[in-house]
Ligand binder design. Structure first.
Ligand SMILES: *Cc1c(COP(=O)(O)O)cnc(C)c1O
Length: 399
């Protein structure tokens, strides 16, 4: 059974990964964050809590997710490529790993209401799902920009939330949705638990969400050792806020022989202004309760991010990634919209697996990885592409 272990990349007691992270929030939120932190310290290594998490991950989510040897693309590239199948999880992505555990924490803290931000809507769907499962009330603002292409997720959410509460929202983007969620939380922290969908936000969220997603890398490490009897040369994951990537990297970071590669959204190209490459093109700053890399203009105004995939268009990034970038413990690069769309078609037609647009960024990097011939590589397939089919229909000009 997976239980986190202390890592040499744990933040300090105030949540700092080097200069990044921390807890930059209004005074009124401090009691809620301190309460959460002290509860998390209690359960972080507690067998009872993880036994409960394990039960839901196995019987409800369907873990462990398979590590699939992708024969056809391996043959084409002359390498050995494995896909970590987070797309096969209940609700279709890795998000549920984190949301289940946070839902169980909310119950422990006696909170009956849940607030969550959502961009792609995958986090919204996962949150609405566990609210139904655990009997919690869910309040989720949705950003207008995501509504049209993400209709399927919106409908799923409407079905799952018996009494959906409209949270006042002027949201157009994920950045705004997170602002709205935090604003709502400020005035409702006493009875409301905020389920953050990625390794961002004020301490302890980045550490907590990383622990909850680290089951991905924990499983993948055991699976690859069993199948190949050695560690991979590289592991690749896409990065929005950075949770599936950190979850995958966590159990490989201390191995010198393994290169961890995080792929940001290159959008229309990182030389344009239309991308989501916060690490590559951003500068350190404070947003959503944390210090991290942000896309900002010369005056420090936060810029809008762009990506073909709603789950990657976030102008910030989890603080631990900012630390890994400066520390050079992870290699970061980007993939454009066009390259991701090519990979979306490529994986669908070669392996019969339709990846989420987000995950297609990680898949696309296989074609850019220098000296891939002969390498053993794991790609984290963070989610499935059903939600992206309406967008794909337009982009690929289906009748
Ligand atoms: C939300 C999402 C992402 C991006 O979020 P991270 O926190 O960076 O993992 C990636 N892939 C899928 C399928 C998603 O739903």
């Amino acid at each position: 059974m997976y239980i986190p272990t202390p890592s040499s990349f744990d933040p300090d007691h105030r949540g700092h990964f080097g200069m990044f992270g921390g807890r930059y929030v209004p005074e009124t939120l401090m009691p809620a964050l301190l309460e959460l932190h002290s509860e998390y310290e209690k359960i972080r290594f507690e067998k009872n809590f993880w036994t409960e998490v394990d039960y839901y991950l196995k019987d409800y989510v369907g873990r462990p997710s398979p590590l699939y040897f992708a024969h056809n693309i391996s043959r084409e590239l002359g390498a050995r490529i494995y896909l970590k199948r987070e797309d096969l999880n209940h609700t279709g992505a890795h998000k549920v790993n984190n949301v289940i555990a946070q839902g169980l924490m909310a119950k422990r803290l006696g909170k009956k209401k849940i607030i969550a931000e959502t961009g792609a809507g995958q986090h919204g769907v996962a949150t609405a799902t566990i609210c139904a499962l655990l009997g919690l009330e869910c309040e989720i603002p949705m950003c207008a920009k995501d509504l049209a292409p993400q209709q399927l997720n919106l409908l799923r959410r409407k079905l799952l939330c018996a009494k959906p509460k409209a949270v006042q929202s002027g949201s157009r983007t994920l950045k705004d949705a997170m602002n709205d969620a935090i604003r709502h939380w400020v005035t409702h922290a006493r009875d409301t638990f905020y389920i953050i969908g990625t390794v961002a936000g004020p301490h302890p969220y980045p550490m907590m969400v990383r622990d909850f997603q680290a089951i991905i890398g924990w499983e993948a490490r055991r699976q690859i050792l069993e199948k190949e009897n050695r560690l991979p040369d590289s592991v690749i994951a896409c990065i929005g806020g950075g949770s599936n990537a950190i979850g995958m990297f966590q159990h490989f970071l201390e191995d010198e022989s393994v290169t961890c590669i995080g792929i940001e959204a290159g959008g229309l190209g990182v030389e344009s202004t239309q991308h989501g490459a916060s690490l590559l093109k951003g500068r350190p700053g404070v947003l959503h309760g944390q210090m991290s890399y942000l896309l900002q203009n010369d005056d420090g105004q936060i810029l809008e991010a762009h990506s073909i995939s709603a789950g990657l268009d976030y102008p910030g990034i989890g603080p631990e990634h900012a630390f890994h970038k400066e520390n050079r413990s992870v290699h970061y690069d980007n993939i454009t919209d066009d390259e991701a769309l090519d990979a979306f078609v490529w994986l669908s037609q070669k392996e019969g697996i339709i990846p989420a647009f987000e995950s297609a960024h990680a898949v696309a990097y296989l074609k850019k990885l220098p000296d891939i011939a002969g390498q053993l590589v794991i790609v984290n397939l963070s989610g499935r592409g059903d939600k992206d089919m309406m967008q794909a229909k337009e982009l690929l000009h289906f009748d």
